[in-house]
Design a protein around this ligand. Structure first.
Ligand code: CMP
Length: 141
């Protein structure tokens, strides 16, 4: 099914100059980048985005990291975009990620893990809406 997902290339991967290589992987897998912005999140914006994790012990450190430098936020569209993106990223913990995945190639550790991708259709809708307005997006899937 054609669908959309939210991707964030995190500050660690941006610092490694990996934006181009990572976007190339999305495109090579048949995903289309339909909206994108390069920006630096405030701590409050990162806290809002990760609010679901606010009770976790890593919440403060994660949101400090996510607001530590530029990120590339994009909306990817294509058949099974959510699962395709998750397959390309690999496991959350790069130590457990398969060879050839984004996290295996660019992540530092389980927190500084190079990329974020929505984990399901409801999350994708909420996450896309957190960063993009209707005006930013082509109106038909
Ligand atoms: P992400 O896919 O963006 O979703 C939540 C993020 O929390 C995750 O990637 C990691 O950056 C971070 N995270 C998840 N588990 C841990 C952990 N055990 N310790 C530190 N950070 C974590």
């Amino acid at each position: 099914m054609k669908e959309r997902t939210l991707s964030i290339i995190k500050p660690d991967a941006v610092k490694k100059n990996a934006i181009g290589d990572i976007l190339r992987r999305f495109e090579n897998a048949g995903l289309t980048i339909v909206a994108a912005k390069l920006t630096t999140l405030s701590k409050a914006q990162a806290q809002g985005f990760y609010a679901v994790h606010k009770e976790r012990p890593f919440f403060d450190s994660l949101t400090t990291f996510m607001s530590s430098g530029p990120v590339l936020i994009s909306v990817l569209e294509g058949e099974d975009a959510i699962q395709t993106n998750r397959r390309l990223m690999g496991a959350t913990d790069p130590a457990k990620a398969d060879a050839g995945t984004i996290r295996k190639d660019w992540a530092t550790d389980v927190e500084k893990n190079a990329a974020h991708g929505s984990d399901g259709p409801d999350t994708a809708k909420w996450e896309i809406g957190y960063f993009f307005s209707e005006m930013d997006l082509p109106n038909r899937l």
